[in-house]
Design a protein around this ligand. Structure first.
Ligand code: ATP
Length: 237
């Protein structure tokens, strides 16, 4: 866990007149789980969208030493960055199986695709029982499982997870975080965006706190869990 897989420097994003990211810098090292925590509207989703190439940016994004500024979204997926979007974003009119196949659309390694397909169903046995069900009819938790699995079907080296706990019952949230932890133990590098700061910090190595488009704090997850300011503002204690 040493070399930076992702280095972000002075990232800026505007939506028209709204300056959503005001010079955000952070890094994610190979093998880490890093969280971005912060209130509604702090710029967490925007940061992930910038990394995936879904919004125009200023600043530098370097992935495995390669500058991504001119690299379009689909090529970033090919390089090893996959995002599980906020609000799940599964294709509702497609079956679970088709959604998973869509995740692998740019891959040619048939044997590898089959292996990852089986791996996803092993991670999320609920999806196995629902392979032929329309994704739009899944429960919120199941849709979240599918969104993560679809991202895994891209065979990412860096998995971007946007609010995996959003709107889910606590027991499902725990299950999903257990799986995120397991994925990391098996070698996946993860950048996690969460409003549920406590859950996020519990499974992270390090974290950054975003406030209105700026990083205002960074530390080990353990230190942040014990930090008075973080406890008051984000952990409700
Ligand atoms: P949330 O948890 O509510 O999604 P967030 O930290 O992910 O919050 P962002 O969604 O990144 O925050 O939003 C950052 C800022 O950019 C907010 O002020 C938001 O209103 C604004 N914003 C986000 N998307 C757009 C858009 N498409 N057009 C205009 N402004 C936007």
């Amino acid at each position: 866990m040493s070399s930076p897989m992702l280095t972000v420097q002075n990232l800026e994003v505007y939506y028209g007149a709204i300056h959503a990211l005001k010079g955000v810098s952070f890094e994610v090292k190979t093998g880490e789980v890093v969280s971005l925590i912060g209130a509604n509207g702090a710029g967490k989703t925007t940061t992930l969208r910038a990394l995936s190439g879904l919004v125009g940016t200023k600043g530098q994004i370097s992935f495995k030493g390669q500058d991504l500024s001119q690299v379009p979204t689909h090529k970033r997926v090919g390089l090893g960055i996959a995002q599980s979007p906020e609000g799940r974003g599964v294709f509702p009119q497609m079956t679970v199986r088709e959604n998973l196949e869509m995740g692998a659309y740019s891959r040619k390694d048939k044997a590898g695709i089959l292996k990852d397909f089986d791996m996803c169903l092993e991670l999320f046995p609920r999806l196995k029982e629902r392979l032929w069900q329309m994704a739009g009819t899944l429960s919120g938790g199941e849709q979240q499982m599918l969104a993560i699995s679809r991202a895994l079907m891209c065979k990412p080296e860096l998995l971007l997870l946007d609010e995996p706990s959003l709107g889910l019952a606590p027991i499902i949230v725990s299950q999903i975080f257990e799986i995120v932890k397991k994925l990391n133990h098996e070698g996946m590098t993860i950048l996690l965006v969460e409003q549920n700061a406590r859950m996020a910090l519990k499974i992270s190595h390090r974290a950054y706190v975003l406030e209105t488009g700026r990083i205002v704090m960074q530390d080990s997850a353990q230190n942040l869990l014990n930090n008075d300011e973080v406890r008051k503002s984000y952990l409700g204690v």
